[in-house]
Ligand binder design. Structure first.
Ligand code: ACO
Length: 331
């Protein structure tokens, strides 16, 4: 191994997916689209949609409790709670504080949101790693939770077919037997903000009659440009973390990429030199759950026995900002 020995690992994961399934056929009734187009262009067959009275914090709290249970921790053991979401319950205060209250961790830890869109989970695990490395805490809880159904325009066929709701959580703790984060690489490019954004609702363009009428508070995306940038940036980040860890593509046991589009996943894997038999995909069942895709994927992959002690796992992500990154971890 090339880099310094790992200091932090993911010791437990959990997920929460709402029960309601919305199929491509259901969307045919809403917009001018077809099951065939959606499957062929994206790989998505269905997605989960949360009920009106279930918020991102509610879903995140359920995933958080699951991860704590699996790690054998109670809420009062948490030193830091980092939450990633593109759909915060409120603009102020943070969704992290909402989740902190729901899981009974109030006052015992610091809680804050980290905004990096779909790349949020990887950024947050790196922040957690830094906390552990600095000796500031032993138990960091990362929660990625998204209610994307509240920010997509259900009349825009280019975006509404892509997204789903759900949450994933991970506990980050000090390394025990040399396992953990071997290398990571994160970047962002603020010049590409216009490619993917919600323009209204913040201080620059507050919600008013005009912005609401023009749906400026909804997600707007230049799909083709995001697509090209995603493949380029994730492939580069993936190759870089493999090299920095002193490994080769053939050492990777499983790649758990951000789940946005099957064609993006296939192209990224191809550029990184990883066969699709080693790539975890659940996009067909959940669509793009933004920052929750990787923790949900890790949790399912572990449950299915696809990863176990000693597995080398490559994670790659990209999202609005644009942001992107990769992380290589020994499980
Ligand atoms: N059903 C049928 N036709 C459609 C649909 C649809 N749902 N959506 C678009 N089309 C049409 C377009 O109108 C266009 O028609 P035209 O040729 O007559 O103009 C045609 O299909 C091709 O459109 P493109 O946008 O070029 O299609 P593309 O193959 O690029 O696929 C897609 C679009 C799926 C959005 C793709 O570009 C993509 O996945 N991009 C990446 C998006 C992404 O991952 N975003 C998430 C970022 S994560 C975050 O931070 C939230």
């Amino acid at each position: 191994m090339n880099g310094p020995p790992p200091v932090a690992r993911i010791s437990a994961t959990a997920r929460y997916l709402p029960e309601r399934v919305v199929t491509n056929a259901d969307l045919e009734a809403l917009v001018d689209t077809s099951d065939t187009w959606i499957r062929e262009r994206t790989g998505i067959r269905e997605r989960r949609i949360a009920p009106d009275d279930v918020s991102a914090a509610d879903m995140g709290a359920r995933a958080a409790c699951g991860a704590l249970r699996k790690a054998g921790l109670s809420a009062s053991d948490i030193d830091m709670l980092v939450v990633t979401t593109a759909t915060p319950d409120h603009l102020l205060p943070s969704t992290a504080c909402e989740i902190q209250a729901r899981i009974g961790a109030s006052r015992s830890c610091v809680a804050f949101d980290l905004q990096a869109a779909c790349t949020g989970f990887l950024y947050a695990v790196s922040v957690a790693e830094g906390c552990v490395a600095a000796g500031r805490g032993q138990n960091v809880l990362v929660v990625s939770t998204e209610k994307m159904s509240t920010i997509v325009d259900w009349e825009d066929r280019a975006t509404c077919i892509l997204f789903g709701d759900g949450a994933g959580a991970a506990v980050v703790q000090p390394t025990v037997n040399g396992e953990g984060i071997l290398s990571s690489f994160h970047r962002s490019d603020g010049d590409l903000v216009p490619l993917l954004q919600r323009r209204a609702g913040g201080a620059v363009m507050p919600l008013d009659e005009d912005s609401l009428r023009n749906k400026e508070h909804m997600l707007r995306m230049s799909g083709r440009e995001v697509f090209k940038s995603a493949v380029r940036s994730m492939a580069h980040a993936g190759r870089r973390v493999i090299k920095e860890a002193g490994l080769t593509a053939s050492d990777i046991d499983l790649m758990v990429p951000h789940q946005a589009n099957a064609r993006i996943i296939e192209a990224t894997a191809r550029h990184a030199g990883i066969g699709m038999d080693k790539v975890f995909v659940n996009l067909d069942r959940y669509g793009n759950i933004s920052s929750a895709t990787i923790p949900v994927g890790l949790d399912e992959a572990a449950e299915q026995g696809l990863i176990g002690p000693g597995s080398n796992i490559l994670m790659t992500a990209f999202g609005a900002g644009l942001t992107w990154g990769a992380m290589l971890m020994r499980w």
